[in-house]
Design a protein around this ligand. Structure first.
Ligand code: NAD
Length: 330
């Protein structure tokens, strides 16, 4: 019988995995460890591998071992495949697939929640309430329909963000080299400079690549309005964290929400309450009432979890049966 190994499985994924196994004549085993040099040997004897994690896998040896085990694919049940060394995977004959759209609404609804918390100053209000300070000074909020929301990268998730904020009456502007005709009634396309200088909310939804690493740096932050908020629910390194902390301290911008941050691997997704968290930037940002931090939970909705399991396992099955997955990224 065909055997698939899924790495880093969470308890909440169990029901969807069991449902898929019941509908397919394939054995699926699971573990709770991240995939990498220390754990690749667990894949020996399996036909297929499915992974999901934030930690990068640059080490070429890992891909050589998969090839040596006779494995022909490496399937991610997440969207971001920047963690995979695609050159090494390709050189070792591995078809790499991702789940390009498990539920764009999942991330975009978190962005909505973050924006509403920021513009209503709920972090500051909670910090005051903890001290029995119920005063109103500084808590006056704008209304969303009077704001301009600037989206950098309106692909699957950015488009869903655009539709949500447009439905709430906000003006939505987008900077993206790819213009989508289906967004013509929803957004206006502008250049990045115009977006940064005119938006009340700047939210980033590009992939992480050579062009977008530190796309939001000190220069970009300086261009934003002092009343504006920055949201990053895409990938941590798109925002230069040190520059962001300086901008917040200098009141260059009004606040930020981060669902992802540089150096989050090994922290976000883990219970680190009993061990020292070695990320000073995260500690600094956590202490700011005008900063919302969430531990990379944008994707984490019931609909998205089921789609990630079904789409990834269907892809492994397709590839093992000699077919071509529509989600191949190399
Ligand atoms: P997508 O590929 O559908 O869309 C990305 C868009 O960004 C495209 O329209 C592309 O043209 C545009 N783009 C690329 N480079 C750009 C640049 N330099 N400037 C402006 N636009 C640029 O991707 P997606 O599925 O919408 O995912 C967006 C981001 O969200 C990715 O970084 C992904 O890893 C991340 N993500 C986060 C979570 C989470 O839990 N927080 C979940 C899923 C995806």
């Amino acid at each position: 019988m065909t055997k698939i190994l899924m790495y880093t499985v969470r308890p909440d994924e169990r029901a969807a995995i069991d449902a898929w196994v019941a509908a397919n004549d394939i054995q699926v085993d699971t573990n709770t460890v991240e995939f990498g040099p220390d754990t690749v040997d667990l894949a020996k004897g399996y036909d297929g591998v499915v992974i999901q994690q934030h930690g990068a896998i640059p080490d070429e040896m890992v891909y050589q071992k998969l090839k040596a085990f006779g494995i022909k694919q490496l399937t991610l049940r997440i969207t971001g495949y920047d963690i995979v060394n695609l050159d090494a995977a390709t050189a070792n004959g591995l078809v790499v697939t991702n789940v390009p759209a498990y539920s764009p609404r999942s991330v975009s609804e978190l962005v909505l929640a973050q924006v509403m918390r920021l513009i209503r100053h709920l972090g500051e209000a909670s910090a005051r309430e903890a001290k029995d300070d119920y005063s109103l000074a500084g808590l006056e909020a704008p209304e969303i329909h009077n704001l301009t929301v600037g989206i950098i990268g309106a692909g699957k998730i950015g488009s869903a963000v655009a539709r949500i904020f447009r439905a709430l009456g906000a003006t939505v502007i987008v900077s993206d080299p790819v213009k989508r005709p289906e967004l013509a009634d929803t957004v206006s396309y502008v250049d990045l400079n115009t977006l940064l200088t005119t938006s009340d909310v700047v939210t980033v939804h590009t992939p992480l690549d050579g062009l977008t690493t530190h796309l939001i740096d000190a220069d970009a932050l300086r261009k934003m309005k002092p009343t504006a908020y920055l949201i990053n629910a895409a990938r941590g390194p798109i925002v230069d964290t040190e520059a962001l902390i300086k901008a917040l301290n200098d009141h260059t911008i009004a606040g930020a929400a981060l669902d992802t941050i540089e150096g989050e691997a090994g922290i976000f997704g883990e219970d680190r309450s009993q061990t020292l968290v070695d990320n000073q930037a995260l500690e600094t940002l956590k202490a700011m009432p005008n900063v919302e931090i969430s531990p990379h939970i944008g994707f984490y909705t019931d609909a998205a979890v089921k789609n990630m399991i079904d789409i990834s396992l269907d892809d492994v099955k397709t590839i093992l049966e000699g077919g071509k997955s529509a989600h191949q990224v190399n």
